[in-house]
Design a protein around this ligand. Structure first.
Ligand code: MN
Ligand code: MN
Ligand code: MN
Length: 274
């Protein structure tokens, strides 16, 4: 059985519409596909409509902070109409919108014009983020290229580098559980934590009600996979696997291309089989 439990669509920052994502997953031989857009469930219904015989797991990727570090948590097998989850998602979206307004305000003080509307245009249905501001500044001729926009205006420590205030880790785990889902710590190696800190994160995640951890994220090194598999086992977390697919052409995150879980892992999907 081929499983991919971490993918994005145009509902957040992915390039493919949900139906196109499902078609691509079918072409790659995926049997079970989770759609996990950032802080939205808008891609789930159209994905389900295109599913045919493929099993679609309704999911979400929620941003949160732990010790001032941005951490991503997947909610898998969620009820996308559950009130607590939807209220939480609305709060995350409001936080994103407030941040975009603040970025625009700071840019306008520096003389850059119409940036909020421009960034919103480029973002379309997705939440506005710094890359959208960068592209608008370039498209409107206010900055010469995207890397200059980040270096002068939007990158770390620059006026447009506005920190987001996300809900805390136990809170987002609570929303996922309220919606009947399982919380999975996304791509643990991406946070560049020391071994000790990563162990502490996994332990606190588990203690707060987290169920699983991505032991496989994209086409990663086998040595990392076995390290994460051991960590998951030690901390009592089930193993998940996903590509984190955003767009075609990124071979390290192609749908269905993530390696299989090591044989001794307890897969998170074993808890869902009817
Ligand atoms: Mn993303
Ligand atoms: Mn992520
Ligand atoms: Mn992701």
């Amino acid at each position: 059985m081929k499983v991919d439990l971490h993918t994005h669509t145009t509902a957040s920052d992915g390039l493919l519409a949900p139906a196109d994502l499902v078609a691509r997953a079918r072409g790659a031989g995926v049997d079970v596909l989770a759609i996990t857009d950032h802080d939205t469930v808008a891609g789930i219904a159209p994905g389900l409509a295109a599913a045919q015989d493929m099993r679609i797991i309704p999911g979400i990727e929620l941003s949160t902070t732990w010790r001032n570090i941005g951490i991503h948590v997947l909610g898998l097998n969620i009820d996308i109409e559950q009130r607590t989850l939807l209220d939480g998602v609305a709060a995350q979206q409001a936080a994103r919108a407030e941040r975009a307004e603040l970025i625009a305000k700071r840019l306008s003080r520096l003389g850059y014009t119409d940036t909020l509307a421009g960034a919103q245009d480029i973002a379309g249905t997705a939440a506005v983020g710094r890359p959208h501001f960068a592209r608008f500044l370039v498209d409107s001729g206010q900055v010469k290229d995207v890397s200059t926009a980040f270096r002068r205006l939007l990158g770390r420590g620059k006026p447009g580098d506005v920190r987001n205030t996300w809900a805390a880790l136990p809170e987002v785990i609570g929303w996922i559980r309220a919606a009947g889902g399982v919380a999975v710590l996304a791509h643990p190696a991406k946070y560049k934590l020391t071994n000790l800190k990563l162990t502490e994160l996994a332990r606190e995640f588990s203690a707060a009600g987290g169920t699983g951890m991505e032991v496989v994220s994209g086409t990663q090194q086998p040595s990392l996979t076995s390290r994460l598999a051991r960590l998951a086992q030690r901390e009592g977390l089930l193993a998940s696997a996903g590509s984190d697919f955003h767009r075609p052409g990124e071979h390290w995150a192609e749908i269905g291309s993530a390696p299989a879980l090591p044989a001794d892992c307890a897969p998170i999907w074993s808890t869902w089989q009817d």
